[in-house]
Design a protein. Structure first.
Length: 280
């Protein structure tokens, strides 16, 4: 294989899928994004353009389809980037494995154990986690998660590709939440509890972490960007796997039930005037 994957298939054209697709295309790969229908597929190019506005060449290397079987047989890498639902991901990965017989198979899950998803994959030695971060265009990290049956050569190839993507890679042993989500979600949940208890306003809590601990973004603003519904799903999964310290706060459940999902709905812990706007 080349220093970068020649062809990459991304399954799922949401925020993360399009961000990853843009990165792959911007670093020289031909990219196919698979979506559920034509309407969703039609939105992919615009989403990628928003993330990578200064790289028209990337769009030229991008195509969309609603048919997973259109994945070229010579594909080097297939990345699953659908919703954070274990059954859905397993179904998608099983289908991808039947189509892409030689590609590295990866999941962009932020929390679900690789070993659990590997059960759906016919050849688990070529399967691993590639956890990218939102927004992909501005993030410098990719978390490589090696399952118990992931071959060392698969991990080494992912590390090599990460260099061509101009991303620093860390390798983490398979465990629910890995390193980044396990720490980041715990911090975010505690910040939500502080709002719930009236300790401080969201902006002040975030400012404390940005200025006091040099975090690039506060945990509540990050929760708005990720999506409160996504945070809730991850917290529910981790609390089931790792215990009550990951139990979702009441305030998080209430906001999700009310449709306050963060930036994508215009309201979360902050008010957003548009998808691209800063919070007020």
């Amino acid at each position: 294989m080349t220093n970068h994957p020649r062809h990459v298939t991304i399954i799922g054209g949401g925020t993360m899928g399009c961000g990853i697709a843009g990165l792959m295309a911007a670093t020289g790969s031909t990219v196919t994004v698979v979506e559920v229908d034509q309407a969703a597929a039609g939105r992919v190019a615009e989403r990628v353009r928003r993330e990578w506005p200064d790289d028209p060449a990337a769009l030229a290397r991008l195509e969309t389809t609603t048919n997973l079987s259109r994945t070229p047989p010579e594909a080097d890498l297939v990345i699953e980037a659908v919703a954070e639902d274990a059954k859905l991901k397993a179904d998608v990965l099983a289908a991808a494995g039947r189509v892409a017989h030689h590609a590295i198979l990866a999941t962009n899950t932020s929390s679900i154990a690789i070993g659990r998803l590997a059960q759906a994959v016919h050849d688990p030695d070529r399967f691993l986690g590639l956890h990218f971060f939102n927004p992909v265009a501005k993030s410098a990290l990719v978390e490589i998660v090696a399952g118990e049956r992931t071959a060392p050569r698969t991990v080494e190839l992912a590390k090599s590709w990460s260099e061509t993507w101009q991303r620093h890679s860390i390798v983490v042993r398979d465990s629910p939440g890995f390193a980044t989500s396990r720490l980041g979600v715990l911090l975010g949940l505690e910040a939500i509890r502080m709002v719930e208890e009236g300790v401080a306003e969201p902006h002040d809590i975030d400012t404390a972490m940005v200025l006091g601990y040099r975090h690039p973004i506060g945990p509540l603003r990050l929760t708005d960007l990720v999506g409160l519904d996504v945070r809730l799903a991850i917290a529910e999964y981790l609390s089931g796997e790792l215990g009550d310290r990951f139990a979702p706060p009441r305030l998080l459940r209430e906001k999700v039930a009310a449709g306050l999902m963060g930036r994508k709905t215009g309201q979360g812990f902050y008010t957003w005037t548009s998808r691209a706007a800063e919070e007020r």
